[in-house]
Design a protein around this ligand. Structure first.
Ligand SMILES: Nc1ncnc2c1ncn2[C@@H]1O[C@H](COP(=O)(O)OP(=O)(O)OP(=O)(O)O)[C@@H](O)[C@H]1O
Ligand SMILES: [Mg+2]
Length: 484
């Protein structure tokens, strides 16, 4: 039940019809009020612009004097505020069974249209209950549209915040091209395969594709294929029905179902075992998933972005990756260059991470000497942007207000795992002025060693192997150490 009085703007140039509208509404004057009457289109727009909150519903005569009337007027009103609801009244002379006419009105943005009674009926303009109901409906529709608009605006703001919090930094022609490609591919549903070395920004690019796409209000589901144990991967991806096997005490939604209407990000796709590769290929071909223990397939609408830091072509040659799956995934290939191949981005990235990290640490952003920057530009960056980010964090941890060449050398030295012998001067982990509690130090050492091994490995799986960890444990520890 609508509690508030509904306020109308009446656009009508014939006094006789204004009076008929008033008479029709009179019995409902507590509920519906004519807030203002104008005789032409221009005055109507002026009133709506002047007092945007004065009117809830607009009732307009189709044919009025002046040049602005009919569908054009409807469009102009909608341009001021798309939530305005407009009820159009027409003369009986207009053929009331003219479907095209009604359609044109609705297309222009009218909410309802009615035919005025003939002139000899002087007490009402139109069947009163229909008239009242259309006004009520218009009011309710506007309320809902306003609500929806608010929610969408909030979601939109959320997404903008998200992209702003994780910007894609760079000024090289390559990065500009990459941004254009992201914008372009975001508008489609095609599968994307992102290839790039460890830490080059594959996940970041996948994120940008999703949040710039029409799917942005739905889920972005990242899946690290390398960290899922082989026997669980299918149930993680596709889910299972209660009772499908011992231990399946409840239905489980697979990640593909979670990503329905959104995007799934299959990271480290090369790590998918052969059997699952076959299943995945079927899902891509048919758009349906086979939930374990369920006889009917489930339709899913999921956009797929896959990523790898391995040479998939080589994996195909070695018989480790299915060629047909590769072509399905690789509709749009995106190759992310290593940092050393686009050194002109380094200064901007350094600046970005210096600002970001100092904000996180609640301290002023230190300046950086030219030689120090030059050194960062010249470095090889085997761990790419992730390594750069870690180096900057380390620099901020130890450096004073201005970062010197020596600071950089120390930070990079530790990064490469080359522990210096002269603890007092050349080891940035500890010195007489910098003694960390053991727990923190232990973490630093672990992190440095993990980073070193990662920088010397082609994939996470390889790094895990070298470190002697099962992939899930390896990924967990990386997360704990802030490496992921
Ligand atoms: N162009 C960029 N601008 C700003 N930050 C970036 C950029 N590229 C990557 N980063 C940041 O670097 C870090 C590593 O990026 P991301 O995780 O996307 O890389 P990745 O290629 O998926 O790495 P891995 O192979 O290790 O999984 C993240 O913190 C990311 O936000
Ligand atoms: Mg990644």
């Amino acid at each position: 039940m609508i509690k508030q009085t509904i306020r109308l703007l009446l656009i009508e140039d014939e006094t006789f019809d204004v009076r008929r509208v008033e008479k029709t509404l009179h019995p409902f004057k507590d509920k519906i009020q004519i807030s203002d009457v104008v005789a032409d289109g221009e005055s109507a727009l002026k009133r709506l612009r002047q007092s945007p909150n004065q009117f809830d519903v607009i009732v307009m005569d189709f044919q009025i004097s002046g040049s602005l009337m009919g569908e054009n007027l409807i469009r102009e009103i909608k341009r001021i505020d798309p939530t305005y609801q407009i009820i159009v009244m027409t003369k009986l002379t207009i053929n009331s069974t003219d479907f095209d006419f009604a359609n044109r009105l609705l297309e222009a943005g009218a909410m309802w249209y009615c035919t005025k009674y003939p002139g000899d009926i002087i007490d009402s303009i139109y069947q009163p209950t229909d008239f009242i109901l259309s006004i009520y409906n218009a009011y309710e529709k506007r309320r809902l549209e306003k609500q929806r608009l608010k929610t969408t605006q909030k979601l939109q703001k959320n997404i903008e915040d998200r992209l702003e919090a994780k910007p894609l930094i760079g000024q090289s022609p390559y990065i500009k091209q990459l941004m254009d490609l992201i914008a372009q591919v975001a508008q489609t549903d095609t599968s994307v395969l992102i290839e790039g070395a460890s830490g080059t920004g594959k996940e970041l690019v996948a994120n940008h594709i999703h949040y710039q796409s029409p799917r942005k209000y739905e889920e972005f589901v990242p899946v690290n294929c390398g960290s899922l144990p082989e026997n669980l991967i299918e149930s993680e991806l596709f889910g299972y029905q209660k009772g499908a096997f011992t231990g399946a005490t409840q239905d489980k939604k697979g990640l593909f179902e979670v990503a329905h209407k959104g995007t799934i990000f299959l990271d480290e796709i090369a790590e998918i075992p052969p059997k699952t590769q076959a299943t995945l290929l079927r899902v891509l071909q048919e758009g349906e998933i086979d939930k374990i223990g369920r006889s009917q397939k489930i339709q899913v609408d999921v956009r797929i972005i896959a990523a790898t830091n391995m040479d998939l072509k080589k994996a195909i040659r070695d018989g480790l990756f299915r060629e047909d799956l590769y072509y399905r995934l690789n509709v749009v290939p995106i190759r992310i260059l290593s940092l050393k191949e686009r050194r002109d981005d380094i200064p901007l990235l350094v600046d970005h991470f210096l600002l970001l990290t100092s904000q996180e640490m609640n301290r002023p952003k230190p300046s950086i000497q030219k030689q120090a920057m030059d050194q960062l530009i010249q470095y090889e960056w085997p761990g790419n942007i992730r390594e750069l980010q870690n180096v900057i964090q380390r620099l901020l941890f130890f450096a004073k207000s201005g970062i010197t060449e020596q600071d950089v050398q120390l930070a990079l030295g530790v990064q490469g795992g080359e522990m210096a012998q002269d603890h007092e001067h050349s080891n940035s982990f500890w010195s007489s002025t910098n003694m960390l509690p053991w727990r923190e130090m232990e973490r630093e050492l672990r992190r440095a060693y993990f980073e070193f091994v990662r920088s010397q490995s082609k994939s996470d799986a390889e790094a895990a192997r070298k470190l002697g960890f099962a992939p899930p444990n390896y990924h967990r520890i990386c997360k704990e150490l802030g490496l992921k």
